[in-house]
Design a protein around this ligand. Sequence first.
Ligand code: CA
Length: 384
Amino acid sequence: MRLKMVLAICLLACCLFACGSLPSTAHAQNLLVESEQEDFRVITFADGLNHPWSLAFLPNGDMLVSERSGQLRYIDDGQIRPTPIVGLPAVYASGQGGLLGLALHPDFAENRWVYYAYSEGNRRANHTTLSRGSLSEDGTELRDQEILFQVNFEKQRGFHFGGRILFRPDGTLLLTLGDGSMYLNEAQNLGNHLGSVVRLNDDGSVPFDNPFVSARLAQPEIYTYGHRNVQGLARNPATGSIWAHEHGPYGGDEINILSPGRNYGWPRITYGIDYDGTPISELTESDGMEQPIWYWVPSIAPSGMDFYQGDAFPGWNGDVFVGALAGQRLVRYELDGDRIQSEEVLLANFGERIRDVQTGPDGMIYLLTDDRNGRVLQLRPAGQ
Ligand SMILES: [Ca+2]
């Protein structure tokens, strides 16, 4: 990126922070960014969303967006329908909890199934749940709701729910979970689902080939464990590997490649320390525990991840993009198979917490910003 562009973005960002009363549609509208491989514009595609969390594209190009406060919104040509989709259950919307990840069934065009993760319960007893409902043809209602999975541990307070959902080519799905924050040691306990990623059939039943189906005292849904709070999940199309990133404590956010039955170490090994400065573990590695393929010190608080494949940005094909909340950036990694070769920080002076990253059917990249007046941003080639 040329220096003058950096300066221009810094100046814009400074102005925006100074002018905090600007309506969100005014800020960073149609910003031009020059970067290593592609020059692009950042367009406000839709705004007025209450802490949007997850974005899913329908086959017709329309979008569904979850709002953490519990609404599921339908976006039609950049217009958010004023009435949220009806039929969703009550969610426990507090702290990091609420309506979280979305995914469409691979056969959505036939069965209209929308899968969604959320926290339910109350301050003293809550857990992550996965449900599905069938979206009416007019997109106004979710029908035939079914609860497919619930974490078997009632935790307190609104932290570390995970909440990303990914369908694999074999028709099963993965759901990421968190350690519940006050229960970090439970991430090593296979007797409950805290701190794990679970694998389910599309109807919520347990796949026969899950790694712990025959293990005594282990929950059969568990696919991987030893995670802290996983909020990014995507499949590398070049290798078929499943990538997941998770929030560390103070430092030590990680990207891991998920392999069935493996232990990713939290809290026994970590590259982070606790928020009060005390060590969580002296160890960064240990036998029988997987190493991350990438970690961030200091933390960026990663959320959302997608591998880019599309025609709009040929220079980015095969790259993986990661959003960041506290780090307020979009990060791009160039890969060789499952190895990260280089990192480029994008939108670093943009002043937005990024919650989700998705490639659209049009090849544009879409981001959700985490804010009370959250937006859908579109990254489009500079010349368009
Ligand atoms: Ca780890």
